[in-house]
Design a binder for this molecule. Structure first.
Ligand code: NAP
Length: 246
């Protein structure tokens, strides 16, 4: 198990689903964790309560990453409250889909703001504070390897931008010992994509393993990349997708 004792992590969208599992997993490994939420304050408090009940340290930050100043402010608040930042996990996101012809400019702007611009701005702010051993880990999507049909052009656009952003970060921050990576989940059972949802069987059929993953599967990959074992992994994406892109 990765030992993250003494490290501080910021997990965006840590109130529910994959972000909540990542927050708990990094705390289990010894990191103090700041987690952000927008509306799910009770669920965010519950995650923090669990972390503290297990002897860890958690801080809650309200941050709507659709606003341009929110990402850098979340980083600064993490540093103010927990003293430093070593691990940034860009996890927050929301699902949007529909035919190309119906995507509005407002929708396009919102997805790019939350899924891409906020990641850029959080990385920019975090890099000012991180030292050797820093980690920037962004949650992408299996759409980076395979878009399974129509209606996902916006989601695919936003998530694939994380690949270029991550390669750029890896080159720029590598000399300082900071790594940048993407984790691309397949279908994971969360509020966003429930395993009993309308398209769940179709999604299962696209995986090699024939099943959904759990949020904890993504959290394990993040813990690996965040820990000492991930020190020579940078500028690349790790698919944790049950073989969706095989
Ligand atoms: N589940 C899947 O099958 C799957 C597959 C591929 C990729 N992913 C990616 O994995 C990440 C997490 O997804 P999930 O399934 O865990 O989703 P989820 O259960 O719907 O949770 C989404 C999280 O993002 C936060 N969030 C939503 N809009 C936000 C905004 N404008 N600013 C800041 N935070 C915001 C939510 O905050 P509140 O709780 O306060 O609303 C919540 O914490 C996303 O980036 C998603 O694209 C998921």
């Amino acid at each position: 198990m990765s030992d993250l004792t003494g490290k501080v992590a910021l997990v965006t969208g840590g109130s529910r689903g994959i972000g909540a599992a990542i927050s708990r997993r990094l705390a289990d490994a010894g990191a103090a964790v700041a987690l952000t939420y927008v509306q799910a304050v009770d669920q965010a408090r519950e995650v923090a309560k669990q972390i503290e009940a297990d002897g860890g340290t958690a801080a809650l930050i309200q941050a709507d990453l659709a606003h341009p100043e929110a990402a850098a402010e979340a980083v600064e608040q993490t540093v103010r409250e927990l003293g430093r930042i070593d691990i940034l996990v860009n996890n927050a996101g929301f699902l949007t889909y529909g035919p190309l012809a119906e995507v509005s400019v407002a929708e396009l702007d919102r997805v790019l703001a939350v899924d891409v611009r906020s990641v850029f701005l959080a990385a920019q702010a975090a890099a000012r504070h991180m030292g050797d051993g820093g980690r920037i880990i962004s949650i992408g999507s299996c759409f980076n390897g395979r878009v399974p049909g129509s209606n996902f052009v916006l989601q695919a656009t936003a998530k694939s931008a994380l690949i270029g952003l991550t390669k750029g970060l890896a080159r720029e921050l590598g000399p300082r010992g900071i790594t940048a990576t993407v984790v691309d989940p397949g279908p994971i059972d969360t509020d966003m994509n429930p395993a009993d949802g309308e398209t769940a069987d179709f999604q299962r059929s696209l995986t090699a393993l024939g099943r959904y993953g759990e949020a904890e599967d993504i959290a394990e990959a993040v813990a690996y990349l965040a820990g000492p074992g991930g020190r020579y992994v940078t500028g690349t994406a790790l698919a944790v997708d049950g073989g969706y892109t095989t």
